[in-house]
Ligand binder design. Sequence first.
Ligand SMILES: Cc1cc2nc3c(=O)[nH]c(=O)nc-3n(C[C@H](O)[C@H](O)[C@H](O)COP(=O)(O)OP(=O)(O)OC[C@H]3O[C@@H](n4cnc5c(N)ncnc54)[C@H](O)[C@@H]3O)c2cc1C
Ligand code: FES
Length: 262
Amino acid sequence: MSQFQKKVELVRSEVIARDVVRLTFNALEIATAALPGQFVMIQIGSGKDPLLRRPFSIHQTSSEGYLQILFKVVGRGTELLAQYRVGEQLSLLGPLGKGFVLGEPSKACLVGGGMGIAPMLFLASRFQQLTTQGVVPKVILGARNREELLPLIGDFEALGLEVLAATDDGSLGHHGLVTDVLKIINLGSDFTVFSCGPRPMMAAIHHLCLKEDIRCQVSVESAMACGMGACLGCAVPLKAGGYAHACSDGPVFEAGELLWSL
Ligand SMILES: Cc1cc2nc3c(=O)[nH]c(=O)nc-3n(C[C@H](O)[C@H](O)[C@H](O)COP(=O)(O)OP(=O)(O)OC[C@H]3O[C@@H](n4cnc5c(N)ncnc54)[C@H](O)[C@@H]3O)c2cc1C
Ligand code: FES
């Protein structure tokens, strides 16, 4: 698997909602090699603040070599990242980690919550490319409110996909959790659920899928320092005992391999 460390140019910066930003980089090698579910580590700033690269899921790629990330401003690194301007250069390392194992598009259900929606767009694009006879994957997206969710839904609809929405405050779609929607649509056991979002959301999805005998893959966003299997900073507990590296063994895992607590 090819990995690159490249200085790439920021070609677009969009504020999607309050504190939610999408950046587009001209990153031909990384974009071409990337698979859905993989991530990049980004060096933010040129000095020692912040010292470590920050990990971000690959949100979308294009055949022209553009690569997008979508992120929420939560601390020092993301605050600085949001301030970069078009034309500036950043160092990207990637694509890193193991991505989703794709199956039959008509038997796929993508579930993204909050910034866990980021990798779902890239995954949806790949499924859409595999789609035959107009049979498309199901998509369920959840966020706190309409403001955060609506602009992202448009990107999935542009791919020809219908989105089932859930918001915490009921301002768009179902008033409640993505898991409520997952229960309502009643998938068959021949489906695979692909999920990324807050850990409690993924734990609930895993337990639901387990009950219904549905395969479930999750992308785990644990804190990371090196992103390459060298520091043990990203250990995730396994059901069979011991730990895996989220950065190199994941970030995508079969949900049943991990040790969950609700
Ligand atoms: C594989 C992977 C993919 C990711 N993809 C995305 C993405 O697509 N979009 C996005 O917005 N974020 C994503 N994240 C999380 C992102 O890396 C962190 O939000 C970012 O590193 C925070 O940096 P900071 O310097 O702004 O915040 P810090 O100052 O480092 O931390 C600020 C706050 O955020 C919390 N935090 C830091 N890292 C994480 C994390 N990994 N998970 C949960 N809380 C965290 C800290 O505990 C602290 O409370 C991903 C993380 C991983 C491991
Ligand atoms: S982040 Fe260093 S081992 Fe995974």
